[in-house]
Ligand binder design. Structure first.
Ligand SMILES: [Zn+2]
Length: 499
């Protein structure tokens, strides 16, 4: 049974979606005034895992993520660069779409833009005013926080009396805790016509409008970074429940990912962007698999430190896993080939190792699911996968290991299960395997064909008892970053880990 930590109740709760087989999920997306940082990539990777795991459990998932393309920061940047705000927004929407593609996460069911929602936003603001929770002042519309009678502050656990002022002083605001639903246009700002004059929506209202439009009410999961709990998500709740008081709670489970931190700083939208925090720059040095490994070996609610050593560690962990998969595949393929040519049939020679791997496989699967069911504990789930990889690796590397028909099938199950479970995290292990088996890693000027030619030459030399030549070939390959392993089944080669 899946349990999710609900920010609203501050405890883990058994997950029961409103509809039996369908999960409706909303996650706050980026404000498009710059390239996205590794910090912005965390919710993308985390909620992709959440969606994938829910699908793995058999749910149909509708996943909506917005893009904020109307915002002070965008307008400021447009003014600085002396261009229209749309020029800035569309440049970074395009960049975001490209980055998502390079990250290889599954696509969102919908990705609405704030600027496409103006009519819906105006309708919701009108409802809030009609229901007595909003007031108009000089072309601005504010949410009247003290009038809201469904416990404003319930999500962030704050008392109104102790709250800080929101958004500073805007003309006509009656109370410091009130926030803008609609802002009248200042000269030089983009605007839309509304019943209150020319203006633009406040930030919080777009998410309420999008979530209720595309997902309805009582949506199952609403996610985002912890920096959004207050005021953004607190205000989303207030707006939705003020506009539709008869529809019950806006959201059932609130999920928040921890922030990525660089020493003392938090990497949020407001922080400046350093070159090496920009996702597309990182993706030049680290594959999407490495970045996912780095993110998901920490629980999603914990803070995550950003530094390159951690990324290097993740790269090495991934390499260990991929090397084992390469070895397994080699064993299976060479066994199949031999069986075909020699009509070889060995049924029982490795029965013990076989049943050992078999039971490890079942245990790994159960432990994996148990960890994921415990509030998506990907860190623990991954550690079970690594444990399996380590054990299988030691069995297939042991001196008395013999391939047989049943072992070949067992290893195939190992291979498939690791790949399948990896998909939940968004991993594409096949892609990494291809890199190893089709090329020979970075900066090595040797290709697959050349490696295999040298291996055949070395086998020939060994057959002729020319061990000097055989060793020379081995050393030559080692120099080029290729390690050979001699097995009963033949010689395996792999790329040497970087020291
Ligand atoms: Zn939002």
């Amino acid at each position: 049974m899946l349990k999710i930590y609900n920010t609203l109740t501050r405890k883990k709760e058994t997950f029961r979606p409103v509809m039996k087989d369908k999960v409706r999920m909303y996650v706050c997306g980026p404000t498009v005034y710059n390239y996205i940082s590794i910090g912005n990539a965390r919710p993308v990777i985390v909620f992709n895992m959440v969606r994938n795991y829910l699908e793995y459990l058999g749910y149909e998932v509708i996943y909506v993520q917005n893009v904020t393309d109307i915002d002070d920061k965008i307008i400021r940047k447009a003014n600085e660069e002396n261009v229209d705000f749309k020029t800035v927004a569309s440049k970074y929407i395009k960049a975001f779409t490209e980055d998502i593609k390079s990250l290889k996460v599954s696509s969102f069911t919908r990705m609405p833009l704030a600027s496409e929602m103006i009519e819906d936003i105006i309708n919701i603001i009108q409802r809030i005013i009609e229901n007595g929770y909003g007031y108009v002042a000089g072309g601005n519309v504010f949410f009247d926080v003290r009038k809201f009678d469904r416990n404003y502050g319930k999500l962030s656990g704050q008392n109104i009396e102790e709250m800080e002022s929101q958004e500073g002083d805007i003309f006509g605001k009656k109370d410091k805790v009130d926030f803008a639903l609609w802002k009248s246009a200042k000269p030089g700002e983009p605007y839309w016509n509304s019943p209150w004059g020319k203006g633009r929506p406040g930030w919080h209202i777009e998410c309420t409008a999008m979530a209720t439009k595309y997902l309805g009410h009582g949506i199952d999961i609403h996610g985002g970074g912890m920096d959004l709990i207050f005021p953004h998500h607190e205000n989303e709740i207030a707006q939705a429940e003020a506009a539709f008081p008869g529809k019950g709670a806006f959201v059932k489970y609130w999920m928040h990912n921890g922030m990525i931190e660089v020493r003392e700083e938090k990497m949020s939208k407001s922080a400046g962007l350093e070159e090496n925090w920009i996702l597309r720059n990182l993706l030049k040095s680290y594959s999407h698999n490495v970045i996912k490994m780095y993110m998901l070996t920490t629980h999603y609610r914990s803070p995550l430190e950003f530094n390159e050593e951690k990324l290097e560690e993740s790269r090495k962990a991934l390499e260990r896993l991929i090397n084992t998969l390469v070895n397994i595949r080699f064993l299976i393929e060479s066994y199949k080939q031999k069986s075909r040519t020699l009509h070889m049939f060995q049924e029982h020679s490795s029965a013990r190792a076989d049943s050992e791997i078999d039971s490890m496989l079942d245990k790994c699967h159960n432990d994996f699911v148990e960890s994921m069911n415990d509030d998506f504990n990907s860190a623990k789930a991954l550690s079970h996968l690594f444990e399996l990889v380590k054990k299988v690796n030691s069995i297939i590397q042991s001196a008395d290991f013999v391939m047989a028909d049943s072992m070949s099938k067992t290893l195939e199950r190992v291979y498939n299960m690791i790949n399948e479970l990896g998909v939940i995290f968004g991993f594409d292990f096949e892609e990494e395997i291809m890199k190893i088996t089709s090329r020979t890693g970075d900066s090595k000027d040797i290709d697959r064909e050349e490696i295999e030619r040298l291996i055949r030459l070395r086998q020939e030399a060994r057959k002729n008892k020319d061990f000097k030549l055989a060793d020379e070939i081995r050393d030559e390959l080692y120099e080029k970053g290729i390690i050979l392993e001699d097995r009963r089944e033949g010689t395996i080669w792999k790329v040497r880990e970087k020291e």
